[in-house]
Design a protein around this ligand. Structure first.
Ligand code: ATP
Ligand code: MG
Length: 167
């Protein structure tokens, strides 16, 4: 289940760059000294593909989409930020409902299922999804997953030889 976040994310970025619009650039950045992630790689890939596809679809040509990952002591974080059409405030509460599409999508096509699937996958992985969005300015989605106790222990300076003997 462990995978290298840089290899995974750079590959995904390159793949998504192929479906982007003219002069849309997808940047990628990782923060943190650790590189190993312990999550279901296929579920997380599916989520990020959906979020980046939305970023591409709901923003114009000549814009930058920022994809980033971060590993902290406690969490794995994935962020997708665009400078697109944004989500109207009154639609924020409904965005994860199946078939819901915001009122500013115009002639951009879609079924309204992507985010509801992302939401259920994130729940399956015991994570959280959050977003901030401003109309005509852009949107940022963040997925966060708490490391399990075992994973956080890995990062502590525990001696490899146990010198604590009890009789
Ligand atoms: P599809 O099922 O093909 O993904 P969709 O993109 O319309 O269709 P969702 O991905 O579920 O459906 O997104 C739901 C709605 O949320 C979209 O219709 C759009 O109104 C809004 N939305 C999602 N992501 C963004 C974004 N990055 N910028 C602006 N609006 C967004
Ligand atoms: Mg979508």
């Amino acid at each position: 289940r462990l995978f290298d976040v840089l290899k995974f994310a750079e590959e995904l970025r390159d793949e998504m760059q192929l479906i982007s619009k003219t002069n849309q650039v997808i940047t990628y950045r990782h923060t943190g000294s650790e590189r190993q992630i312990n999550l279901d790689q296929y579920l997380i890939r599916h989520c990020l593909t959906n979020l980046i596809t939305n970023a591409v679809k709901y923003s114009g040509e000549n814009t930058v989409i920022e994809f980033s990952t971060e590993i902290t002591d406690q969490q794995y974080l994935f962020t997708v930020k665009d400078n697109g059409i944004g989500i109207p405030e009154k639609d924020h509460a409904l965005i994860f409902e199946p078939f819901f599409r915001a009122h500013n999508t115009g002639n951009i096509s879609g079924t309204g299922l992507g985010l509801s699937i992302v939401d259920s996958y994130v729940n399956l992985m015991n994570g959280e999804i959050h977003f901030t969005s401003s109309l005509n300015q852009g949107t940022q989605f963040t997925l966060s997953f708490c490391k399990t106790k075992d994973e956080t222990k890995d990062t502590l300076q525990t001696p490899s030889i146990n010198t604590d003997f009890t009789y």
